[in-house]
Design a protein around this ligand. Structure first.
Ligand code: 3HC
Ligand code: NAI
Length: 703
């Protein structure tokens, strides 16, 4: 009778097993069956208590996000009403939380009077990461169970709690001895409750969650935290819902929560975050790469170059127990690299994220060498030497000599041609780009660069391994800078040109951070290094010769040894990390403009926004058209995950759809005309953008 529920009886207990693979998302069909199963158990006089669990599946990952915005989401029974019905059960209900209880899943567990979790369970309300607030009682029931402050922390961070912390806070009543014992112990718990004559709904420890709060708690909280929320609306809505929980009876709070949830659901911010959620799941699916393809085993990794990137890359593998050989040219560089890795681990240990024993275990997995012979048994080699084709050529030719057949040979190059690198070997099918972002042990983005000869199993292995080390792998084709750095180029170019036309570094960076970017592009270059920016432009020099104004100010700063934060001066002057405008830079911009015949004028914030963003978007659309990126969502992931583009705008291409493609195209055309020869040279609308607008399309996809 049920297709998504495993309904069984164990004497006086009804066991309702949620059985909708893969994660028991509470879509309409599952809600209908859960309601029916609950009513069946409630109506059966032989049943005295009910246990809800995930039948060979995680307990529940919440509402079905794929239903959002569609008719199924609001179809009866809606999740909030269903949970109100369950919470009014006359019979005690025990939620047995295996794996995870997230969002609506935790709300379901909280509607049950009692909860038991397996030791590795994670329980949380991640709605905020989707630009939402919990909408099925979470904002009302959680404060009543664990207190307003702890509830706010969980709701606003969206971070799940582990079982031990959930027990400590009173979110679960007990922890089962193991996942395997969970259901049995949940049944035993239910019987104990029956024997003790426990009520179906026990009194909440914080029945009046507002009572314990200091005066002005919510206004003070907003004042303290709202800076971190930047332009995001959902945290404010969540705070409002929790405030109501503290001031009003449950029924009133549930009603208000529903209204606030609906407001969040309709917001462009939530749509953007939901777009990224699905883009992330889509990114792993690569046409032509079959999930059943046998992968190459990776038991030992080698990293060449123990500099900024090599050390961080090596840590990723040591962190998951894979031994790493780290090769350098000179003993001092190797020692420096290894010492830096140790220092990074020590910082983690100081912060309590790593025990001393774990630190030593990880260091023991790292083996430094100056000899290529030590790479002979590596399954994967990642090169992270200087960004020079000549140096990389030599390295790959040597790898071809020493590595075993079938070893994957990867380059961490940020701009160079992976096909050319592959051609230095007799095994181009084994060569791939693995472009980590700095700091490589922290940043989640991993561009996986597929060369024209890269074998499917090499790509599939890289994608799987990327996930294993906690990264978000996004596939890119081969071109200068791949997806991310190629798009960075026109975006940065406009910023640099605007300096000569009359904008200041501070104005440009402010416009970008006001939009929500973590950093303005000019302070980003000051952080990365004006010298690094200069070197990255080297392969472009022939093309750049057409425009003497191209990044001219940055080139002059480079010549003056003003490399940015590391030398205390770049686009700005630094005192520690604090930066100030530098009158010298402003004077240089004026002088250069005069030399180059550029008319200086007052530049509006709107122009900065439009020129930087539209050219970023335009390049993204071009990359999509060329097939460098597989889909618009991949581009959005690269920029939100690797370049600090605000997630609540959904990435540059989603943002373009929000602005309207016609507006973007018209903007590019208008500035192209306005800027004369410069506009003609650089502000060329992407043909795909023109085609999309001509066809009246509002979404970006390759036609
Ligand atoms: N709704 C719909 N589909 C979901 C889903 C959900 N809540 N959670 C996961 N899925 C789907 C994914 O899209 C993916 O589908 P695919 O295989 O077709 O691509 C599949 O389940 C597996 O997901 P992952 O690839 O992400 O698997 P992982 O094991 O890496 O992660 C997870 C599992 C931790 C559950 C992760 O998917 C996740 O974080 N899901 C979202 C959880 C969440 O945000 N829940 C709150 C929803 S909003 C809500 O409940 C509102 C309520 O308050 C009213
Ligand atoms: P780095 O200069 O900090 O480190 C390079 C290391 O390689 C040095 O320690 C050097 O001694 C060593 N090395 C040079 N030639 C070698 C050889 N033939 N054999 C063995 N070791 C050799 O450089 P960084 O920043 O780590 O960059 C490395 C690569 O990573 C470059 O291709 C760069 O473009 C790329 N990259 C850099 C990022 C960054 O933010 N620094 C981000 C992403 C990629």
């Amino acid at each position: 009778m049920y297709t998504l529920i495993d309904y069984s009886l164990d004497n006086e207990l009804a066991l309702i097993g949620l059985s909708r693979a893969p994660v028991n998302a509470l879509g309409h069909a599952l809600r209908l069956e859960l309601q029916a199963a609950f009513r069946q158990a409630s109506a059966d006089p032989a049943i005295k208590a009910i246990v809800v669990y995930g039948h060979n599946l995680p307990f529940c990952a919440g509402a079905d996000i794929a239903e959002f915005g569609g008719a199924d989401f609001t179809a009866t029974p809606g999740l909030p009403d269903l949970l109100i019905e369950l919470a009014a059960s006359a019979k005690p209900m025990v939620a047995a939380v295996g794996g995870l209880a997230l969002g609506g899943g935790l709300e379901l567990a909280m509607a049950c009077g009692y909860r038991i979790a397996e030791p590795k369970a994670r329980l949380g309300l991640p709605e905020i990461t989707l630009g939402l607030i919990p909408g099925a009682g979470g904002t009302q029931r959680l404060p009543r169970l664990i207190g307003a402050e702890a509830a706010l922390e969980a709701i606003l961070s969206g971070q799940p709690l582990n079982a031990a912390r959930a027990l400590e806070l009173g979110l679960v009543d007990r922890i089962a001895s193991s996942a395997a014992e969970l259901l049995g112990e949940a049944c035993a718990f239910a019987r104990e409750l029956l024997q003790a004559g426990a009520p179906a709904q026990p009194a909440c420890p914080y029945a009046a969650p507002g009572a314990a709060l200091p005066e002005n708690f919510f206004t003070d909280y907003t004042a303290r935290k709202s800076g971190q929320w930047k332009g995001q609306a959902a945290p404010h809505l969540a705070l409002e819902a929790v405030r109501i929980a503290c001031e009003q009876p449950l029924e009133v709070g549930l009603q208000r929560e529903s209204e606030l949830f609906a407001e969040a659901m309709d917001s462009p911010q939530s749509k953007a975050l939901r777009h990224l959620f699905f883009a992330e799941r889509e990114a792993g699916k690569v046409p032509g790469i079959d999930a059943s393809l046998p992968l190459r085993p990776i038991r030992k990794v080698a990293v060449i170059g123990a500099g900024t990137m090599g050390g961080g890359i090596a840590m990723n593998f040591a962190n998951i127990g894979i031994p790493v050989v780290l090769l350098e040219q000179k003993r001092e560089a190797l020692d420096r690299g290894l010492a830096h890795i140790r220092k990074n681990y020590e910082i983690s240990a100081k912060r309590g994220k790593l025990s001393q024993e774990q630190l030593e275990q990880r260091m023991a997995l790292l083996f430094g060498t100056l000899e290529y012979a030590d790479l002979a048994d590596a399954d994967l080699v990642i090169e992270a030497v200087f960004e020079s084709m000549e140096v990389k050529r030599q390295v790959f030719a040597t790898l071809d000599e020493v590595c075993k057949p079938g070893a994957i040979l990867a380059s961490n190059t940020s701009t160079l041609d992976v096909d050319q690198i592959a051609a230095c070997t007799r095994r181009p099918q084994d060569v791939i780009g693995l472009h980590f972002f700095s700091p490589a042990n922290v940043m989640r983005l991993l561009e996986v660069v597929r060369g024209k000869a890269t074998a499917p199993d090499v790509l599939a292995t890289a994608l799987k391994l990327g996930k294993q080390i906690g990264k978000l792998p996004v596939v890119s084709g081969v071109c200068y800078g791949f997806i991310g750095n190629r798009m960075l180029e026109p975006y940065a170019r406009e910023a640099h040109r605007l300096l000569l036309e009359g904008a200041t570094p501070a104005q440009i960076d402010r416009v970008l951070t006001d939009l929500g970017l973590n950093m303005g592009v000019l302070s980003m270059y000051d952080l990365v290094g004006i010298d690094v920016g200069y070197l990255i432009r080297t392969p472009l020099r022939a093309m750049l010769a057409q425009d003497p104004s191209y990044c001219r100010l940055a080139d002059e700063l480079y010549a003056l040894g003003r490399y940015g934060q590391k030398s205390g001066r770049g686009m700005y002057i630094y005192e520690g990390r604090e930066r100030h405008d530098d009158p010298e830079v402003l004077a240089m911009a004026e002088r250069l403009a005069a030399e180059l015949g550029i008319q200086r004028r007052v530049i509006s914030d709107q122009e900065i926004h439009d020129r930087c963003l539209f050219m970023l978007i335009n390049e993204g659309i071009q990359i999509l058209d060329e097939g460098i990126a597989l889909r618009a969502g991949d581009i959005d992931l690269v920029w939100t995950c690797g370049y600090g583009f605000p997630t609540w705008l959904g990435g540059p291409l989603h943002y373009a759809e929000h602005l309207g493609l016609e507006r973007v195209l018209n903007g590019i055309r208008q500035y192209r005309e306005q800027l004369g020869a410069y506009g003609e040279l650089w502000l060329q609308p992407a043909p795909l953008l023109e085609r999309l607008v001509a066809a009246g399309k509002t979404r970006i996809s390759k036609d």
